[in-house]
Design a protein around this ligand. Structure first.
Ligand code: ATP
Length: 139
């Protein structure tokens, strides 16, 4: 599923997206597939929308969780912005966000979907230095 989303977004945006899988085999988890696909799509779509460079996607696992990290080399987010990023209708007030359009609902929806699956979404970012969103789901 991750590969499918990577393929479709990389075609839509004509963007280099690198997918690496640090797992022994493909992983099957019990989840609502269309909903998880929507959550993954939102984060990857943002990575393409708010950056111009290559996007890296990394799938990792532990005994009981999977971790899907999406890293972009965009503008990144300040600490104050990071605190509000998963709230409904929140949009960073930058020319870039205004140009890109959108409602500010994507990440709130993603957060809800992931939490309803017993998982979590984290953001690591530094202004000017890109962002990594990590979706964590129980196996
Ligand atoms: P939509 O609801 O159509 O997805 P949106 O992209 O504005 O619109 P969110 O996905 O919730 O909504 O994102 C909220 C805000 O967070 C965005 O407006 C943008 O300012 C910021 N943002 C999200 N992802 C990134 C990213 N990868 N890099 C920098 N800023 C981001």
């Amino acid at each position: 599923m991750t590969r499918e989303v990577v393929r479709s977004l990389s075609t839509a945006y004509q963007r280099e997206m690198k997918f690496s899988q640090h797992t022994t085999n493909d992983i099957t988890i019990s989840a609502d597939r269309p909903k998880i696909q929507q959550a993954v799509y939102i984060v990857m779509d943002n990575a393409c929308k708010y950056s111009d460079e290559e996007v890296l996607v990394l799938l990792k696992e532990t005994d009981d969780h999977i971790y899907l990290s999406i890293t972009d080399q965009g503008e990144g987010l300040a600490e104050e912005e990071q605190k509000q990023i998963f709230e409904r209708f929140y949009r960073v007030d930058k020319a870039r966000s205004r140009q890109a359009g959108g409602t500010g609902l994507g990440l709130a929806i993603c957060h809800q979907i992931v939490q309803l699956h017993g998982g979590n979404i984290r953001l690591d970012s530094q202004p000017g230095n890109g962002s990594t969103f990590t979706i964590e789901l129980p196996k």
